[in-house]
Ligand binder design. Sequence first.
Ligand SMILES: Nc1ncnc2c1ncn2[C@@H]1O[C@H](COP(=O)(O)OP(=O)(O)OP(=O)(O)O)[C@@H](O)[C@H]1O
Ligand SMILES: [Mg+2]
Length: 243
Amino acid sequence: MRPLLESAREKLRRRKVVAVMSGKGGVGKSVVAALAALAKPGSALVDLDLEGASAPRLFGLSGRLHEISKEGIEPLEVGGVKVFSLGGIVGDRYVVLPGYGQAGAVEALLAFAKLGDSDPVVVDMPPGMGEELLALSRITDFLPVLVTTPSKASYGVVKHLAEYLAEIGKKPAAVVLNMAYVDCGGSRIYPFGRGEDARRLAESFGAPLYELPIDPSLEDYVGRIHEYRGPIAYVVRQMVEGL
Ligand SMILES: Nc1ncnc2c1ncn2[C@@H]1O[C@H](COP(=O)(O)OP(=O)(O)OP(=O)(O)O)[C@@H](O)[C@H]1O
Ligand SMILES: [Mg+2]
């Protein structure tokens, strides 16, 4: 009997869990996860990046800590989204954990998060295929959203992740090709190629592919992502509706 694992399982039972992942770092997972949560009122966003704490940075919550009581972990609410983050517990400190410690942190955050009636629960995964992914797999039957860029380096890692997911009986619910093109006065420029590899990968798993543009204005919204209404939000909303 593992009480934390059991409580985390119970907490997520009967909720749709969307896990935004990639294997690769810096490809836009946190942006996609934040906009996915914002796309549906009543969503929760759970940031499982122990080192990065991206969700607080994107929503302007850095430095704010979760209130923790006997009842559980209070969310930080922004833009109609209940945000939970390991960064909101440890604050501005670094955390180095062995594998079992990472699993424990994931289980504890989900077990004690006061999710209320939040649905769906969007999970922002850290880069890599490490303990957080294994821990989440033990807890819930999530819908994987795979994020890649058109670069060969990113695609190679995402392909491995898709293969691993297939091995554990899951297929991508969607593939997101981020930073695919730049919109230049109505015509699209594809600076890194057309992303054929990602398209084939999505097709091979029967998953829809969503292309996101490079939007230079996005950087202005770091800290207030809930106010962003640009083209990336528009496509991510379509993706969420398709899940
Ligand atoms: N489509 C885009 N257009 C412009 N900037 C983008 C786009 N997608 C992501 N970015 C920027 O790229 C950077 C990395 O994005 P993000 O933090 O979402 O990546 P990540 O995959 O979550 O990274 P990590 O692996 O560190 O968690 C951020 O500064 C973000 O604002
Ligand atoms: Mg991130």
